[in-house]
Structure formats: C-alpha cells, structure tokens
Design a protein around this ligand. Sequence first.
Ligand code: F6P
Length: 491
Amino acid sequence: MVSVGNRIKGRAGADNRRLIVVSNRSPYHLESRGGRIRMTRNVSGMVTGLEPVLKSTSGMWIAWGSAPKSFTRDIYRIPPDNPTFDLKLINLDPDEIKHFYLGFSNSTLWPLAHNFLGRTTFSEKGWEYYEGVNRKFAKAVAEEVHSTDLIWVNDYHLALLPQMLRELKVSAKIGFFWHIPFPPLDLFRTLPWRIEFLKGLLACDLIGFHCSSYVKNFLHAAEDILMKDVSFSKGLVRNKREVRISAFPMGIDYSGIQKLIREPQTIKDAERIRGELGGQHIILGVDRLDYSKGIPERLHAVERFLTENPSYIGKLTFLQISAPSRIEIPEYHKMRQEVEHAVGRINGYFARGAWSPIKYFFRALPFEELVTYYLAADVCLVTPLRDGMNLIAKEYVATREPEKGMLVLSEFAGAAEELKEAIIVNPHSIPSMTAGIKKALEMNPQERRRRMTQMRKRLRRRTVRKWGRAFLDKLIQDKDQKVTAKRKESK
Ligand code: F6P
C-alpha cells in the first residue's frame, strides 16, 4: 500500500508524492479585517471531508475564490490556526459565477443529479461557460503540477477537468470524487452534452462515488452512451486507459467529535441551549437551504405530528438550522420563502404563551457550535428527498450518547446505505415521517441504545481519514506499488 508523503513546500521528490486537491468550493472564505486577512471555513460536506485529508498529507488545494483587494497573492497557507497546506485561489468573474456556478453547475447538473428534472434547465451558454471555467482550472492546475504529484478533483463542477489536463500533457495520476448522487440513465440521457461530459471524466484514473448505486448508474450511463468507445476489464477502459470506478462512502472525524463533546464548555452550552429552546423534547434539523433537503416536507411532518399527538403541544420544540445557499437562483429564493411561510403558519397555529413549536435559524453555524446543538437534541431529522451522503446524520449519531439520541433518516440519503439502524423514512410521505418522529420520541431505552451503539461502532471504524486514505491508495495501486513514503497521520 502507498502513502502520500508529508511535504510542506516545494516540488515533490520521486518517492514523496504531493497531493493537489481541486474543487470549485474553497475550504476557506477570505476577507479583510483591520488590514489583516480573516479566513472563515466554508460549510459543505466536501470541505468537511477533504480538509482532514489534506491536513494530514499537506500539499495544495486549488479552488474558486479571491483574496481581499488589498492582498495581491493568490496562494495562502491554511488552515489559519495551524497552517499545513497551500490554498491557490482562482478568481471567477461575475459572468462565470452566473453561467458556470449558478447556471450549469447548479441549475443543470445539481437538479439533474438529484432527480429533479422539472427544475433542470439546459442552456448552451451555461455549457459554454462550464467548458471555459473548467479550462481555466486546468491551466491553474497544470502550472502547479509535477508528474509525481497526485491530483484529486472533486465534484460535479469540474467534470471536464481530467480531459483538459491530459490535453495540457499532464501525466500525473488523476482521481475524481463525485460528491452527489449520479442519476439513473434515463435522467442522465437528457443532458445534451452527455458524451463530452463522460469523456471529460473518463480521462482520469479513478472515479469515486459515495454509494454502490451511484457506481451502477455511472457504469450504466457510460456503457449505454459511449457504447463501443468503452470496454470493461478490471475497470472501465477508454482510449487504452483503465479507469477504476468504486464506492468510497465518506466518513467523519469521529475522534475529533468525541474530544469536542467531552469539553466542559460544550456540555455547558448544550444544557443552556436545551433551556433556551424550552421544550421537554428537542428535535433538530440541519441543512443548507436547498430543495433537495426536503425542509418544507419535514415541517409539514412536524405539523401533522402535533395535530395527531396533541399531548406534545407545549412540550416539543423543533429547531431547523438552515444555512443560506445559492440564494441568487430563483428556485432557492422561492424555497426560502416557502420555508419561512410554513414556519410562521405552523407557529401561528400552535403557539401557546412563551412556547412555539418551531425555532428557525437562517444562518450557518461554526462546527463547534453545531455540535452543541447536536448534543442538545433528542432526535435529529435528516430527511432529504435526495442526498449524495449527508454527513449531518453521521455527526449527530457520533455526538449523542447511545441512550439519549435517535436519528430519523431518509431512505434517499446516501448515509442510509450504512446507517441501517436509524429510523428509515420516506421523505415523500408525510405519514411515514410522522410515524418516524413518534417512534424516535417513544422508543424504549434498550432499543435506542442497541441501534445507536451499532451505528456508532461503524462510524468509529469508517472515519474520514480512512476514506481519504482508501481513495488515494486505490489511486496509486497496482501500476505504482513502489512509491512509499512516510505517513504523517497516525493510524
Ligand atoms: O456536499 C455536496 C456539495 O455539492 C459540495 O460538494 C458543495 O460544495 C456543497 O454541496 C455546497 O454547495 P456550494 O458549494 O454550492 O455552496
């Protein structure tokens, strides 16, 4: 097995590989405060998953972003508290943001991958910008890369990047991780640029998905759309290049979470939050505000639960924390209005004295604060209509003591392939979710402990570090067994 070397600066040696992570979303947002740079961590499953990997291997992360005007550099050392890797920023102009990020990436690929064909728009201009920005990334990566480096491209924004890097004569190994669902063939076939899209991706050496069902969908699409252009041996073969395609379900930083929840301040804050929320039973929902997350459906389920179980009126509080996201896209703006309207309507109907059933935050919380909310909640509702993985579900289970928590989980979240002991519900069915809430609140302690303990065991074993290591090991495997370097991270 192969390790990625511990390299801080300069080019990688022959036996010491440098990792270059590439993604659209940058791990940190940079702004100027009092003449100094302030860095804020971005909220995203992809950042949560990749940062610990790059922290333990060092290297470079290349992503969309810009530094404040007074700063002229485009490479920064991060994370700010304990810098271990470089961040190279690629600036996107307003048209690129409009047509590449808000347009093709998030109005075409995102809804299509999440099975929302009705919300999908196909625009030639969007595709043109998608190609243009992928080329811009390709140039920025090619300027940095050496043939001994490993390139790890992330997410649906950059599917053409592998092919473009090959055109720029980049011979380094390229791995690609697709962080969202891969749609079934019938949906993927609607994409007018499906052939170019697949060819772009298939120029890499390894493609990873969270779930085996996404792997199947991808293979089905490649076989059906590219036909004789591909064949199969150990992996998929195109242009004499073997591309491995596998499932790597992303894990969490289990031990980091255990440390956090044992801190006296975290415990104190969780108790304070329970008091402030003012219910005997606390239910929590945490998402980016996105139509794929099923937030209005979840609110309706809470409403129906209170109607059918009036003994909970005055005793149950549901806190929904929604992080603002892609708000310039009309679909997202409408979703925000729909959610806020539902919160107002449900509270208006059920409120008694100082109590109201729903508390709603429209902001992103730093991870440490989010953990205090996990700790305060008796039940976590993770009920997306479709979700690549969903790390919130995993983080919540890792946070709660077995006898004190319960997870209600959508069968359409990737996490449901692993967290089988959660209460699995169909988010398209309000009765299914209502029954799930009741079961979670009223489950006997032994059953609760049994389920939570099993899930926690699995999460403890399959950490995010192992996820990253498994992906990189597979990327280097076979063709390059000789490369060995000291692993900085401990097992
Ligand atoms: O977690 C899935 C994901 O697509 C990330 O890959 C992405 O960065 C994140 O959602 C947040 O979306 P955005 O980058 O558009 O804010």
